[in-house]
Each structure stands twice: as C-alpha cells, then as structure tokens.
Write a protein that binds this ligand. Structure first.
Ligand SMILES: NC(=O)c1ccc[n+]([C@@H]2O[C@H](COP(=O)([O-])OP(=O)(O)OC[C@H]3O[C@@H](n4cnc5c(N)ncnc54)[C@H](O)[C@@H]3O)[C@@H](O)[C@H]2O)c1
Length: 272
C-alpha cells in the first residue's frame, strides 16, 4: 500500500514479474521498464529473446501462450527459480487478419482467439494459483476492445474478451488479494502492425481520431502497465486503462470539419 511517509514511487523492488510477448514491441519495453524499477523480470515469448533478457540481467523462458501446458510450465519454472510470482503481464498477441467479418479466414480468427484470449485466460489462471496477496495481473487488451474499427472485428472480439475476462478476474481474484487490470492501447508502431503506422496516410488517420500531436509509443503503454503492476495502484482493480490519446473520448475537430466542411476554429464550419 502506498504511504505518504514512504512513497512507493512505482518501485517494483523485490517483485518477481513475468512479461509474455517480451521479445518485441510493448512487451520488451515493459520488461525494460520493470527491470529499471527494480523487479526480477522473466521475459517470455514464442520467439527467442535470450539476448534481450541478458541485456537486462534477466531470464528468458519460451512459451506458447495458446497452449495451457506451456503457460503452466512457464509459471512453474518461474516459481521454482525465484520462489514466488508477484506480477504477470499477459501481453503476447497477434493480429493475423483485418479484412472484416465477411472476408477474415476462420483459421486466422480461431488462432487470434487462441493466442489473444485463451492466452490471457491461461496466464491469469496459472499466475493467480501461484500468487499470494499483493499479486498483480496486467493484460494487454486494445482500444479495438472498446470501440469498433473497420476490418478489426475478429481481433476486436479477442480484445473485447480480454477486457471482459479482466473485469471478471478482478471480481474473482480480488478476495484473494490479487488485482487484475488491463491496458487498451491505440495504434502503436510495432512489428505486429508492420510499418503501416509509419505511413503518412495511416499516421494522419490515426492522429485525426486521437487528440494528440503524435502517435503513441511502446513506452507510453509500458508506463501504464508499470503503474497498474505497482503497489501504487493497489486500489485499482478491474480497470481498463485507455492509452489512446483521447481516441475513445469522442470525435476530433478534424473529423467534424471533414464531415461538415469549413473550420470550427475560425467559425467557418458549415453546419446547416
Ligand atoms: N501495436 C499496436 O498497435 C497495438 C495496439 C493495441 C494492442 N496491442 C497489443 O499489444 C500486445 C503486444 O503487441 P505489440 O504491438 O508489441 O506487437 P509485437 O509483434 O511487437 O509483439 C508481440 C509479441 O507476442 C509474441 N507472441 C505472438 N504469439 C505468441 C504466442 N502464441 N505465445 C507467446 N508469444 C507470442 C510475438 O512473438 C511478439 O514478440 C498484443 O497483445 C497486441 O494485440 C498492440
């Protein structure tokens, strides 16, 4: 519990933390941040991240989060090596198709549900069995689990499920002293979305929906995960923290002006 006399300042000292999807993007940024905050971090991914882990003085353990046995053995190995588990970040995810309800391949949709939704369920199940009071689970959902985006119905369904699972887990695990929260990032340029977000046209579309002058970065998301994982957030449970530059708050001026013509700022918007 944070105290005014001894502010915790988001310290993770003494905590053992696992981050899945830690070979890249948001997960790697989170692992770096956790290490800087004093945690003993275990990076875990389906791809090798031994070098990234050793740069942080951390361990790497392979996992396929869509396979329950693999997740169970990850958690068991962490507890065997470090004696405890305090923080579980269920962050591994895939975006395999964005063609929409009519054209998404069913195999792709199933795989996204397996990784993005079952992966989080397995992570929460096995981590919560290993955690004691004070444990913190943070899941990576998405703004596609909060609002609709053209083409992202299947990915969005998996992430909508993550938001729901997180809330239910908070209710189930809260009495055990374990918190469960999730973050909902807007678009972030990572390998998962390819170089699309670096393209000027996509950048301008994203920025027109947000209320910021820049795109979100992996470090913006890692900072939110860090907060939710820390004891400073010990009264925050079942929350979906939007890291979205205001995208979910409402329409931007640019969107309204594009729809009605003219400029709201100089009073020439055409509203009849
Ligand atoms: N980049 C975005 O715009 C964005 C927006 C909202 C949410 N997210 C979510 O953020 C999380 C991290 O994605 P990212 O953007 O950093 O992408 P990324 O591709 O950089 O990282 C995802 C990591 O997950 C790993 N992974 C994939 N399948 C796995 C499996 N079955 N088991 C274990 N690891 C697996 C990958 O190897 C990769 O290292 C994902 O859950 C993603 O859905 C991303």
């Amino acid at each position: 519990m944070p105290s005014p006399e001894e502010p915790a300042l988001f310290s993770l000292a003494g905590k053992v933390a696992v981050v899945t999807g830690a070979a890249s993007g948001i997960g790697l940024a989170t692992a770096r941040r956790f290490a800087a905050a004093g945690a003993t971090v275990v990076l875990s991914d389906i791809n090798d991240a031994t070098d990234e882990a050793s740069d942080l003085g951390a361990d790497f353990l392979a996992v396929d989060v869509s396979e329950e046995d693999s997740v169970a053995s990850l958690v068991a190995s962490v507890v065997e090596a470090h004696g405890r588990l305090d923080v579980m970040v269920n962050n591994a995810g895939v975006l395999l198709t964005a063609k929409g309800i009519d054209a998404d391949s069913t195999d792709d949709v199933r795989r996204m549900i397996d990784v993005n939704l079952f992966g989080v369920l397995f992570g929460m199940r096995h981590a919560s069995r290993a955690m004691g009071p004070g444990g913190a689970i943070v899941n990576t959902a998405s703004m596609a689990g909060i609002v609709g985006f053209p083409g992202l119905s299947a990915y969005g369904a998996s992430k909508w499920g993550v938001v729901g699972l997180t809330r239910h887990a908070a209710v189930e695990l809260g009495p055990l002293g374990i918190r469960a929260n999730c973050v909902c990032p807007t678009g972030v340029a990572t390998p998962m979305v390819g170089s699309d977000l670096d393209h000027w046209a996509v950048r301008s579309q994203v920025l027109a929906h947000q209320h910021t002058d820049r795109l979100a970065t992996v470090d913006d998301v890692a900072a939110a995960i860090h907060y939710l994982a820390s004891d400073d957030a010990s009264m925050v449970n079942g929350h979906a923290l939007w890291v979205d530059g205001g995208l979910g708050a409402g329409m931007s001026i640019e969107m309204i002006e594009a729809a009605v013509g003219g400029s709201i700022r100089d009073g020439t918007a055409i509203i009849e």
